[in-house]
Design a binder for this molecule. Structure first.
Ligand SMILES: [Zn+2]
Length: 320
């Protein structure tokens, strides 16, 4: 079966009607919008459609959600910006997210998709952000345990340069493990609570050759390790947002298929960074859903509704 899916960012009933019009098999919904009532409404409007809940993991909904988990940069300053990135080693964040995933599993969603399952930084756009982060107490305490040595801790700028000079490889490995261990914890929870649920994750659409392996060094996403833990890997192959030709999508599907037998890519509908028409959108759908891909998910539904030509392109789209 091909997965024809769309991501809805709203909890409005009119979105559900539009999803029905598209004839999707899977609806992605943000965990922030999911509760029993809304889920019942989805089941009623879209019978038989699988509901996958996205959950932003190391991202706060507001700066107030986790004031103690603000990532610390190499110079000791707190990370600021429009996105509320969180420190991935923070115990409170990890346990609250696991708690929410537990709730979603009990609500009987059909899938849980981990989003922002990485260290901070914006990969979208012309100039991806490659931040040197996080040097908070939680991260440094954890790292000291791993290396079995004490770090100079009087000034963070001194600590960070000491690490870079003496323990760079170990630092990268440590950060990767902070991310991977959380995914394994979620996998354990799914197995214990509701193992009919698909576990997926949204991955940064970079290969190890891009930006000198920034996906591992900076975002700490080890696609090979993670592909072995989750059921489905969903690279966000937003070609315009990353300044790539549409053909790049096919290459990325093949690349990620080497880490997971089940790949469900997301393509962009939005004219973000640059405008593109329904023809190119149609090409992106075909390339993304081409074997060995499971299908395609369009991000996002509410934007598609604003672009009637792209909407009807996706409505008539079926398995290649
Ligand atoms: Zn930290």
């Amino acid at each position: 079966m091909m997965y024809k899916s769309v991501f809805s960012i709203s909890d409005d009933s009119s979105s559900l009607v539009k999803a029905k019009e598209l004839g999707v098999d899977v609806l992605f919904v943000s965990s922030r919008n999911i509760n029993r009532d809304y889920l019942n409404k989805i089941r009623k409007t879209l019978p038989g459609v699988r509901v996958y809940s996205e959950i932003p993991v190391f991202l706060a909904s507001t700066p107030q959600e986790f004031p103690d988990a603000i990532p610390i940069l190499a110079d000791g300053c707190e990370l600021s910006g429009t996105w509320n990135f969180l420190c991935p080693s923070n115990k409170q964040v990890r346990s609250k997210r696991l708690g929410r995933i537990n709730e979603l599993l009990k609500l009987s969603v059909d899938g849980v998709w981990l989003d922002f399952i990485r260290y901070p930084g914006r990969w979208e756009g012309d100039n991806p952000e490659f931040l040197d982060v996080c040097y908070c107490d939680s991260c440094l305490d954890g790292f000291q345990k791993v290396i079995g040595a004490l770090l100079p801790r009087s000034h963070i700028s001194e600590t960070s340069s000491f690490i870079r000079k003496n323990y760079l490889r170990e630092w990268y490995d440590y950060r990767v493990e902070v991310i991977s261990s959380f995914v394994r914890e979620v996998k354990g929870l799914v197995g214990a609570v509701n193992d009919h649920v698909d576990l997926g994750l949204f991955t940064v659409p970079f290969t190890s050759n891009d930006y000198d392996n920034a996906v591992l060094r900076v975002y700490a996403q080890d696609h090979k390790a993670l592909g072995g833990v989750v059921d489905v890997v969903s690279p966000m192959v937003y070609h315009r947002m990353t300044n790539n030709p549409v053909s790049w999508i096919g290459n990325m599907v093949n690349y990620f298929s080497s880490f997971s037998p089940r790949v469900l890519p997301l393509v962009q509908s939005e004219n973000r960074l640059s405008e593109f028409g329904p023809e190119e959108f149609s090409q992106s759908l075909s390339l993304a859903s081409h074997i060995p891909s499971l299908g395609v998910c369009v991000f996002h539904l509410e934007d598609l509704v604003k672009q009637p030509e792209k909407f009807s392109t996706f409505r008539s789209f079926s398995s290649p």
